[in-house]
Design a protein around this ligand. Structure first.
Ligand SMILES: Nc1ncnc2c1ncn2[C@@H]1O[C@H](COP(=O)(O)OP(=O)(O)O)[C@@H](O)[C@H]1O
Ligand SMILES: [Mg+2]
Length: 191
């Protein structure tokens, strides 16, 4: 996002360039960055306002800004599935999972299946990829801050995901699976 802003500003400064598309890109990405900062500030203050949210909306928002073709998405959502959540933060959580699947599978594009279903009063979301899976030696610690096994990783993604889940009255876990990595998010259902 910030890289896109820097690159667009560079391109806009080239001689004989139509600046409009570059400026539009800068505008769009600056707004996106601002909304993430706003969400993170709200989370840091512990003020997470949750409301009934269509899970499908969070899935779409989570994929905004991902490079086209970075992953093959397959969704299996129960119809009209809603959970108590905050759109910005829930899409951030899903984005963390998608981003990790893509980073770990690179340069290949992973297949990422997102399932969503009701379980009594709860709503369960599962994100499963077909990558190499989480190395077993770090699996017990991946939700701790600064635990990373990839070059350029900060180790903050899953720690944030865990805080978002908890602040929404839910939880997130890595679930043993036959293939790839499988993350399960448990939320309060809302019909
Ligand atoms: N889908 C996945 N497949 C395999 N390993 C993963 C996956 N998601 C996370 N991991 C492992 O967990 C580590 C921590 O992830 P994260 O907290 O997002 O930090 P970062 O992505 O900055 O390394 C990653 O470095 C990686 O080793
Ligand atoms: Mg990450």
């Amino acid at each position: 996002m910030l890289q896109v802003i820097a690159a667009s500003s560079y391109l806009a400064r080239q001689p004989n360039t139509d600046t409009t598309p570059h400026l539009e890109k800068i505008d769009r990405n600056a707004r996106l960055a601002q909304s993430i900062v706003d969400d993170l500030m709200a989370l840091a203050r512990g003020e997470v306002h949750t409301e009934p949210l269509y899970v499908g909306e969070a899935l779409v928002a989570a994929r905004e800004g991902m490079p086209l073709g970075a992953a093959h998405f397959e969704d299996e959502l129960e119809p009209a599935l809603r959970a108590f959540a905050h759109l910005g933060l829930m899409s951030r959580l899903l984005h963390v999972l998608y981003e990790n699947s893509v980073a770990v599978a690179a340069p290949a594009a992973p297949k990422i299946v997102t399932r969503g279903y009701r379980a009594g009063e709860r709503v369960v979301l599962e994100v499963q990829d077909d990558g190499p899976g989480v190395p077993p030696e770090i699996a017990p610690r991946i939700f701790d801050p600064l635990v990373s096994r990839r070059p350029g990783g900060s180790g903050l993604g899953l720690a944030l995901a865990k805080r978002i889940a908890a602040a929404s009255g839910g939880s997130i876990a890595l679930v043993p699976s036959e293939r790839g990595a499988l993350f399960r998010v448990d939320l309060r259902g809302s019909g």
